[in-house]
Design a protein around this ligand. Structure first.
Ligand code: SAM
Ligand code: SF4
Length: 333
């Protein structure tokens, strides 16, 4: 087991960044809550979830210790997610504290946007550099259907607030669902012409208990290229999305293909769930518990998690569901 003295607490150990398949682990997705103000059909059951007790969830101090330990290991980018991170009461303080950790160069956040009008400026002052907003449809009725909440106007206001707050980058994430929003590919893509945003289409993933989508719902992002023949390829930026641009657009179109063409070979991620488990892979059942541990113990668990990263996440389709054992709101998408 790794044992560190006080001086090691400050030292980065870059050897720990490399997993058994030669991948550099530099990116942590930290889920701060399982709760959400929406109930997206692919993410959460209709009646919400069976909540754990508050004392079973990571405290803010534990989250900060975990990120400190991760930064020593070579993590330099943290994405705050959930559940919906903006329903977490102390989210501004969490972002501020994480941004000030030595070695963390970038703090970003993924949100459904609904609470951004009142929080965007504070998030920016707390050090959040980039914001991803989830928006699957521009049609208010379809929005209410997929999220089971009547909040389309709130989400659009959130997008506007993010643009006005002056984040380095704003991206829109749309889960591509056959028979639901594939007819909106041109309209969603057109947002990159109207606003300085990237729009990323993400293939629907068959999570543990994430709705009864039929086979036809699981379509490949190649549909986006078919629907937009004018797309021009763009040099990859090191992220997981395949990039394109519409002529004259202000932002890129990204295709994220976890199902049809996984990007496991270049995976640089670890995840920490709000109830205190490190997940080496989104779709693997392997989990390493850190609740109640000090920074040194968490460091040891992070190393074990890196060593447990599988080579790839295995086959996924409408018939072959993810082996994660949790829905996305309980992992941190
Ligand atoms: N509540 C925030 C939001 O919606 O942006 C953050 C958490 S949410 C779990 C993160 C991302 O996961 C969202 O972009 C959501 O669309 C995506 N997601 C959730 N379930 C998914 C699934 N089954 N397949 C693909 N993407 C999914
Ligand atoms: Fe909430 Fe995000 Fe899941 Fe939708 S995708 S239910 S907004 S956590």
């Amino acid at each position: 087991m790794y044992a560190a003295g006080a001086e090691n607490v400050k030292r980065k150990d870059y050897r720990r960044m490399i997993d058994n398949y030669g991948r550099k682990i530099t990116y942590l997705r930290l889920s701060v809550t399982e709760l959400c103000n929406l109930r997206c059909r692919y993410c959460m059951p209709e009646n919400g979830i069976c909540l754990k007790k508050r004392e079973d969830m990571l405290t803010e101090e534990e989250m900060i210790s975990a990120v400190r330990a991760a930064a020593r290991m070579g993590i330099n980018k943290v994405r705050i997610t959930g559940g919906e991170p903006l329903v977490k009461k102390n989210i501004i303080s969490i972002c501020r504290n994480i941004s000030s950790i030595d070695g963390i160069d970038e703090v970003c956040l993924t949100t459904n946007g609904i609470l951004l009008p009142e929080m965007a400026a504070d998030l920016k002052s707390a050090g959040v550099k980039r914001v991803n907003i989830s928006l699957d449809t521009l049609d208010p009725e379809k929005f209410s259907h997929i999220t089971r909440r009547n909040e389309h106007t709130g989400a659009m206001r959130g997008l506007k607030a993010a643009l006005e707050a002056g984040f380095e980058k704003v991206k829109i994430n749309a889960v591509l669902i056959g028979g639901f929003n594939d007819d909106e590919i041109p309209a969603l893509a057109e947002l990159t012409v109207r606003y300085p945003v990237d729009v990323r289409f993400i293939e629907l993933m068959p999570m543990y208990d994430s709705g009864d989508f039929g086979k036809e719902a699981y379509i490949s992002c190649s549909k986006v290229v078919e629907a937009l023949p004018e797309l021009l390829p763009v040099q990859p930026d090191g992220g997981v999305a395949e990039l394109f641009r519409l002529p004259g657009a202000k932002g890129n179109i990204g295709l994220i293909n976890p199902v049809s063409a996984h990007f496991c070979g270049s995976c640089s991620r670890l995840r920490i769930t709000a109830d205190g488990y490190i997940k080496p892979c989104l779709h693997s059942p392997a989990e390493f518990y850190i609740k109640g541990m000090n920074e040194e113990e968490m460091y040891g668990q992070l190393i074990r998690a890196v060593n447990a990263k599988p080579e790839w996440h295995g086959e996924m389709s409408a018939q072959a569901r993810s082996r994660a054992g949790r829905n996305m709101n309980r992992i941190g998408g």
